[in-house]
Design a protein around this ligand. Structure first.
Ligand code: SF4
Length: 301
């Protein structure tokens, strides 16, 4: 058993710190040490320099250690949707996506499978995987878990979801979320450095923090963007997203039962401009719809 496999035996991969043996049972993330995924396909809906012209080779893993109440990928996050795949199959999937022309391999919500991701990437790189590796995360990993990815990941796409402890406690059951997420952005930036693009403006390495503006919570978004800008300035890119799609109705949080208004989104963008933020991605037009959420039909698995 490798050191990476050991990480499943007393799981401290995320800040839930369950400390359980995942060969025996699932943790808060809903997953044992068996790999489940819901889709592996070329994906055009990431930021332009990630999706490029041919698509990002996205592998959507099942399960999630955050399990936000408004999750946009709910069925896979709660582990309802997913197909069992072996580590060897994961290696083949990366190579197949590369063969299809993907600009990168985009590992979506893989926190709870980091040991398998590490092993599969090492093997795939030996077999010819050469495109950049994107690690796309809700951002609640422990420092040690991120350390396992050092040298293997080229691009980090971490969320920073909330500034307020109250919001993160209510929506993701994680009062300490902002503190952890900011710490992790620093670790990730130390690993990959400032963002670099190739001659076709496709991202080669670096970091984009993603923030989904939630309806009714623009002040939280503003405080969060200010903190990110104060701490990291133009060393990072920030993607300010408007695509929130209400999939359920919430009795206790009625604001989450509707879409974000144009006015709310503009208010956050105007504030970011006032701060002097240069390195930002924004979303244009009406992107909040269920069609923005991919089909989790096990394509490519
Ligand atoms: S990944 Fe996180 S939630 Fe899942 S078992 Fe490990 S510590 Fe718990």
């Amino acid at each position: 058993m490798s050191q990476d496999d050991d990480a499943y035996r007393h799981c401290l991969l995320c800040e839930r710190r369950c400390g359980i043996d995942r060969s025996l049972k699932a943790g808060y993330c809903g997953m044992t040490d068996e790999i489940y995924a819901a889709r592996a396909a070329l994906h055009m809906w990431e930021e332009g320099p990630i999706s490029g012209t041919k698509g990002s080779g996205a592998v959507f893993f099942s399960g999630c250690s955050l399990r936000c109440i408004f999750c946009q990928n709910r069925n896979i996050a709660i582990g309802k949707t997913g197909k069992l795949i072996s580590q060897d199959r994961l290696v083949e999937i990366y190579l197949e996506l590369q063969e299809k022309g993907a600009h990168n391999i985009n590992l979506v919500t893989g926190t709870h499978f980091i040991p398998s991701i590490v092993q599969s990437l090492k093997t795939a790189k030996k077999k010819g995987l050469s495109i950049p590796i994107v690690y796309n995360t809700g951002n609640y990993e422990t420092e040690d878990a991120l350390g396992m990815l050092d040298g293997l990941v080229d691009i980090y796409l971490p969320d920073v979801k909330y500034y307020s402890e109250d919001l993160s406690a209510q929506f993701s059951n994680s009062k300490d979320y902002f503190k952890i997420a900011m710490r992790n952005v620093k670790i990730m930036l130390d690993q990959v450095g400032k963002t670099k693009f190739d001659e076709n403006s496709i991202m080669k390495s670096g970091l984009i923090v993603r923030h989904l503006v939630l309806p009714g919570h623009t002040n939280d978004s503003k405080a969060l963007i200010k903190s990110l800008y104060d701490e990291f300035g133009d060393d990072i890119y920030i993607s300010i997203m408007s695509q929130y799609t209400p999939l359920l109705s919430f009795k206790d949080h009625k604001e989450l039962s509707r879409k974000l208004t144009d006015r709310e989104y503009d208010r956050v963008l105007d504030y970011a401009l006032e701060l002097g933020l240069n390195n930002a991605f924004v979303q244009e037009g009406h992107v909040a719809s269920e069609s923005f959420i991919p089909e989790f039909d096990y394509e490519g698995l």
